[in-house]
Design a protein around this ligand. Structure first.
Ligand code: ASP
Length: 340
C-alpha cells in the first residue's frame, strides 16, 4: 500500500470568513479531509500542518521549511502533496524544484480559489486530483495540479484571481491532463540525473526586480547597486529582451552592476516566447554588458533561480553558468544539462 504525505501550508483552501467577513486561515481542513479523502484511495494518507498562512506572507524561509519537511520524511512516503495558497505557489514550486536534488518521487502543489467548506469550492476536487497524481502518476518532479491539469512547477504562473483555472505554464505544455482518465505525457516529464536524493536550500534573497517601462528612471535604483544592497538583478525587459538603449541612465545602471559584479538576468514582460539578446539593436547594450538571458524562464523562476545561484556561488562566472544551465526543467535546454 502506498503512503502519501499531505503537507498543509495554508492558503484560501482552508480559510474561512473572520468577524469582518475577510478570508483568514481557518482550522477545520485536516479533520474534514481525514473523513473525506482516505476512503477514496487504497493508500495511507498522512497529513501534517506545517503552517497555516496566506501565501502572500511567505518568505524564502517558508520554502526552506517545506523542503526540509520533505527531506526528513522522504523515505517514509511514495509521494508528497503540498497544499498552498495560489498567490505565491509558482515561487514555492520553483524554489522546491531547485532545492530537491535527484528527486525520484512526485511533489504536487495544489490549492483552491474557494475555501473547502464554502459552496462551489474547488478545494476537495483539487486535493483529490493532487493525491491521485502523487499516488498513481509517473512524474518524479515538482508539479502544480490545478483544475485537473498538472504543470511543471517551475514553469507555472498564476493567471487569474477569478476563475478556477488559476495556473498556466506559458512556455511548457502540461505534464498530465486529468479527464475521465489520467492522461500522462511522458515525453514532457523531467528526469533528474541519477544520484542520491538530497536538499540544498542555500539562497540569498537580495534580488531586485526591475520592470522596465517607458520613462523608467534608472537613477532611482542605481544607489542600491552601488551601495552593495542588491546582490542580483532581474530586468524585466520588453518582448525578446529589448531595453531603452539610448537612455544614459540605462548605461549607467548596467555599468554600476558590472562594476559591483552584480549579476543581471533579463527576462521578458511577455509571458510567452523567449529572450534573445541578439535579435534587436536595442538589446545589444544588454548583450555588451554580459547580461544573462533568462531565455524562456518565467519571471518567478528567474528570481528564485538567481537567489539560489547567489546562495551557492560567489564567483560571477559560476553564477552566470548556473543561470544558463537547465537545472530542473525550468528553461529550454541550450546544451548539455550539467549541474552546478
Ligand atoms: N491569498 C491566498 C493565498 O495565496 C490566495 C489563494 O490561496 O488562492 O494564500
Amino acid at each position: 500500500m502506498k503512503r502519501i504525505s499531505i503537507i498543509h501550508t495554508g492558503g484560501t483552501f482552508s480559510m474561512q470568513p473572520d468577524d469582518e467577513g475577510l478570508l483568514a486561515p481557518g482550522n477545520y481542513a485536516l479533520d474534514y479531509i481525514q473523513k473525506t479523502v482516505p476512503p477514496l484511495f487504497n493508500a495511507e494518507l498522512r497529513q501534517k500542518q506545517l503552517f497555516n498562512l496566506d501565501s502572500s506572507l511567505f518568505r524564502p524561509e517558508h520554502w526552506v521549511a517545506i523542503a526540509r519537511e520533505i527531506c526528513e520524511t522522504y523515505d517514509d512516503y511514495d509521494g508528497f502533496v503540498v497544499v498552498h495558497g495560489t498567490d505565491t505557489m509558482a515561487y514555492t514550486a520553483s524554489a522546491l524544484s531547485f532545492f530537491l536534488k535527484n528527486l525520484e518521487k512526485p511533489v504536487v502543489l495544489t490549492g483552491s480559489q474557494i475555501p473547502l467548506t464554502m459552496k462551489r469550492s474547488d478545494a476537495l476536487g483539487n486535493l483529490i486530483a493532487a493525491v491521485e497524481v502523487a499516488h498513481s502518476s509517473d512524474i518524479k518532479e515538482v508539479a502544480v495540479q490545478f483544475n485537473n491539469t498538472v504543470f511543471r512547477g517551475n514553469r507555472t504562473k498564476k493567471k487569474t484571481a477569478s476563475d478556477f483555472d488559476a495556473f498556466y505554464s506559458p512556455n511548457y505544455r502540461p505534464l498530465i491532463q486529468l479527464g475521465i482518465v489520467m492522461e500522462q505525457f511522458h515525453n514532457r516529464f523531467f528526469h533528474s540525473p541519477a544520484g542520491v536524493f538530497e536538499i540544498d536550500t542555500r539562497l540569498d534573497p537580495h534580488v531586485l526586480l526591475v520592470p522596465i517601462f517607458p520613462g523608467f528612471d534608472f537613477s532611482t535604483i542605481i544607489p542600491t547597486v552601488q551601495e552593495g544592497r542588491t546582490k542580483g538583478l532581474v530586468v524585466e525587459a520588453y518582448g525578446s529582451g529589448n531595453v531603452p538603449s539610448d537612455d544614459p541612465g540605462l548605461e549607467e545602471f548596467f555599468k554600476a552592476a558590472a562594476d559591483m559584479k552584480v549579476p543581471v538576468a533579463v527576462c521578458s514582460q511577455s509571458p510567452m516566447g523567449k529572450v534573445n539578446l541578439k535579435l534587436y539593436k536595442v538589446a545589444s547594450r544588454a548583450d555588451y554588458y554580459g547580461l544573462i538571458s533568462a531565455v524562456d524562464m518565467t519571471r518567478e523562476a528567474t528570481i528564485v533561480k538567481l537567489m539560489v545561484a547567489l546562495g551557492r556561488f560567489s564567483d560571477l562566472k559560476k553564477i552566470k553558468q548556473f543561470m544558463q544551465l537547465n537545472i530542473a526543467g525550468e528553461k529550454e535546454d541550450e546544451g548539455p544539462a550539467e549541474r552546478a
